[in-house]
Design a binder for this molecule. Structure first.
Ligand SMILES: NC(=O)c1ccc[n+]([C@@H]2O[C@H](COP(=O)([O-])OP(=O)(O)OC[C@H]3O[C@@H](n4cnc5c(N)ncnc54)[C@H](OP(=O)(O)O)[C@@H]3O)[C@@H](O)[C@H]2O)c1
Length: 300
């Protein structure tokens, strides 16, 4: 099965910024996926610099239309949309289906596995590229598409599907550490959503101190979860923000500006939740989480 590209039936659930990028990569290689979303569209468009890739639709919006399960499902809804998208998983997953979760966070398998039939397989991933939805099915890709997956049989099918496309798939023995490192980056970026400011924010000495203290808490929790992260990780993450263009944003800030629900729980809440499990005090995280939750969900 994994070697027979021409017969691989692939579906994208959540054809937004990340889902459209993967759909376009597959379409360019002649492996056009089924598109399963919330808003009906005739096609999706990906802009990459001067290049434009149009992925033929339609974007299906009724899971009852998914007559047969797929071999491979890329799940790219936001974590806040997972529950509403679960009928798609029920419709598209059958014996042997592999679901590749394209979301932020380190809880992808824990959150998605209960929504799948027992005989489906699942792989988490780290999504390394930035892409932005500009509305009406148009997405701007802002980096080289790249995914990292743990080295498992399920990952083999993802690698096969994306072989020879513009999206690179890597496997990593130290997947847990990589996923946590990305999570820490996302956690620190939560300060942008709270302040309504972009990367320039991290050049303030008081914010730099806060970010470092917060990241130290995050590292303690990550290590308790089995991620091998060095003492220098908080400093490296902070330096990256400080060296980024001052106007570089983050998706959680974009969501705040658009008054959409924030992925605060998978990006920040997870630190406090797992800190409690391991009896690690996380006072800075707890404050940040309370403020992000209120920013996202109100009331008021
Ligand atoms: N964008 C990035 O640069 C980036 C980078 C790394 C990781 N990530 C992570 O990747 C994940 C996806 O993010 P994104 O930026 O691609 O989000 P996005 O652009 O908002 O895309 C989400 C897509 O899911 C669709 N959707 C919503 N509810 C649905 C439902 N019930 N059934 C089916 N589809 C539904 C949305 O439809 P509508 O068109 O109706 O809104 C939209 O097309 C997130 O966890 C994010 O944190 C994103």
């Amino acid at each position: 099965m994994d070697g027979q590209l021409e017969t691989l039936d692939i579906a994208i659930v959540g054809p937004g910024a990340i889902g459209t990028t993967i759909a376009a990569a597959l379409h360019e290689a002649g492996r056009t996926p089924r598109l399963c979303g919330r808003t009906p569209r005739n096609e999706l468009t990906l802009d990459v610099g001067e290049e434009r890739v149009v992925v033929p639709g339609p974007v299906h919006t009724d899971p009852r239309q998914a007559a047969v399960p797929a071999d491979l499902v890329f799940l790219a809804v936001k974590a806040t949309q997972l529950h509403a998208a679960s009928p798609w998983l029920a419709a598209l997953c059958g014996p042997g289906t592999v679901v590749c979760v394209l979301q932020n966070g380190v809880e992808q398998v824990a959150m998605v596995r209960p929504l799948l039939p027992r005989d489906s397989d699942i792989t988490p991933s780290v999504v390394w590229f930035p892409a932005q939805s500009l509305g009406d099915g148009l997405v701007q890709l802002r980096g080289e598409p790249r995914l990292t997956l743990p080295d498992t049989p399920a990952c083999g099918r993802v690698g096969t599907a994306l072989r020879g496309t513009r999206c690179t798939v890597e496997t990593a023995e130290n997947f847990t550490a990589l996923a946590w490192r990305k999570l820490l980056q996302n956690a620190a970026a939560g300060l942008m959503a709270l302040t309504g400011r972009r990367s320039g924010l991290y050049s303030r000495p008081d914010i730099a101190d806060l970010a470092l203290a917060y990241l130290d808490e995050c590292v303690a929790v990550a290590r308790a979860e089995g991620a091998h992260l060095g003492d220098d990780v908080p400093g490296e993450i902070l330096t990256r923000f400080q060296q980024s263009p001052a106007d570089m944003g983050t998706s959680i800030l974009t969501d705040r500006e658009a008054r959409r629900p924030l992925e605060w729980d998978i990006r920040n809440g997870v630190i406090s939740r797992l800190g409690r499990v391991h009896k690690i005090p996380t006072p800075i995280s707890d404050t940040i989480v309370t403020l992000l939750a209120a920013t996202s969900d109100g009331p008021g």
